[in-house]
Design a protein around this ligand. Structure first.
Ligand SMILES: Cc1cc2nc3c(=O)[nH]c(=O)nc-3n(C[C@H](O)[C@H](O)[C@H](O)COP(=O)(O)OP(=O)(O)OC[C@H]3O[C@@H](n4cnc5c(N)ncnc54)[C@H](O)[C@@H]3O)c2cc1C
Length: 283
């Protein structure tokens, strides 16, 4: 296996084109070191993308832009993602309790893994999109279309994630995140992100309720039924309970880590918790 460390995007693209499906881009490498070392034996080339200038967090008129190789700890400590309308990003990172992983793992790596990771759940709740580059140009795809099945994303050979784009949420928006795991060093068994936007009279004008790491489909899913309960209502404790109870539209997976029944219960509890936090965080 060859290891490459290109220093500009065109070099990276020509390597990805040259090797096609026999090359993988890597960023923090924590997915391989932690769970999938054997995948290194299945490719001819590894293209390290950390020197491509894709580590940044910026705000512009369209919202927040986070470069693909920005680490989770950079997100945890940056002023644009640890406070204000995007503070839920740092909150999500805080729930990953291994500092060594947070120092290495990147937002690009997180979104590329359609599986037991946290950030895609939060990004789906914020209607984020993924900016993808290749020698053919740049395209942008919604987070909801980017994951197409367990460990399967919409990238074609030759493509890589350049950036995550999160639109500016309306004023009076709050968000909450909840997670269930076996130990602090374990991957999530269930995670939930909720976002609510209220009008000036306190009525809910937008709601996102998302569960990840637990679904039968293998990708984070919105509970449209829970969102419908919240929309056009003043949110109080009773309404949050009703919304959480409606989350049975999310069908959970049964595997060696937890049964579908316990996951469904944790999705419901997580939604209650995340919604309470979201309402309390409205700013
Ligand atoms: C012990 C342990 C516990 C963990 N616990 C959690 C947890 O609780 N919650 C959580 O969210 N995460 C957790 N993680 C991290 C998570 O499992 C992944 O390892 C991490 O998100 C991968 O990020 P990375 O930058 O290291 O990606 P890499 O390992 O470099 O790559 C991961 C995948 O994405 C692809 N890739 C990476 N960047 C790009 C790009 N820009 N364009 C195209 N493809 C790309 C790679 O080819 C690979 O397929 C944990 C990791 C470990 C080791």
């Amino acid at each position: 296996m060859e290891y490459y460390s290109p220093t500009d995007l065109n070099q990276a693209y020509s390597l990805l084109d040259k090797y096609g499906e026999d090359a993988i881009p890597i960023a923090g490498s924590t997915f391989y070191m932690g769970h999938r070392e054997e995948l290194f034996d299945e490719v001819e080339a590894v293209v390290d993308i950390k020197k491509l200038g894709l580590s940044y967090i910026r705000q512009d008129a369209d919202g927040l832009r986070i470069g693909a190789t920005t680490t989770l700890n950079e997100i945890f400590s940056h002023e644009l993602t640890s406070q204000g309308p995007f503070a839920i990003l740092a909150t999500t990172v805080r729930e990953l309790n291994i500092n060594e992983v947070r120092n290495m793992a990147t937002i690009g790596g997180e979104v590329c893994i359609a599986g037991e990771v946290d950030m895609p759940t939060t990004l789906l709740a914020y209607d984020a999109s993924i900016v993808i580059g290749s020698s053919k140009g740049v395209r942008e795809i919604s987070m909801s279309d980017f994951h197409i099945g367990y460990l399967n994303n919409a990238l074609e050979p030759g493509e890589m994630v350049l950036e995550v784009h999160i639109p500016q949420p309306p004023a009076n928006t709050g968000a909450g995140f909840a997670k269930f795991e076996r130990t602090a060093a374990d991957l999530p068994i269930v995670n939930v992100a909720a976002r609510v936007s209220l009008d000036e009279t306190g009525i809910c004008i937008a709601a996102r309720v998302v569960a990840g790491a637990a679904t039968l489909s293998g990708v984070p899913e919105r509970s449209r039924a829970a969102e419908a309960v919240l929309l056009n209502q003043a949110i109080d404790g009773a309404l949050i309970e009703t919304a959480a109870a409606a989350s049975a539209d999310i069908v959970c997976i049964h595997d060696f880590r937890a049964s579908a029944e316990i996951r469904s219960l944790w999705v419901k509890c997580g939604i209650e918790d995340a919604l309470k936090r979201a309402v309390a965080a409205v700013q």
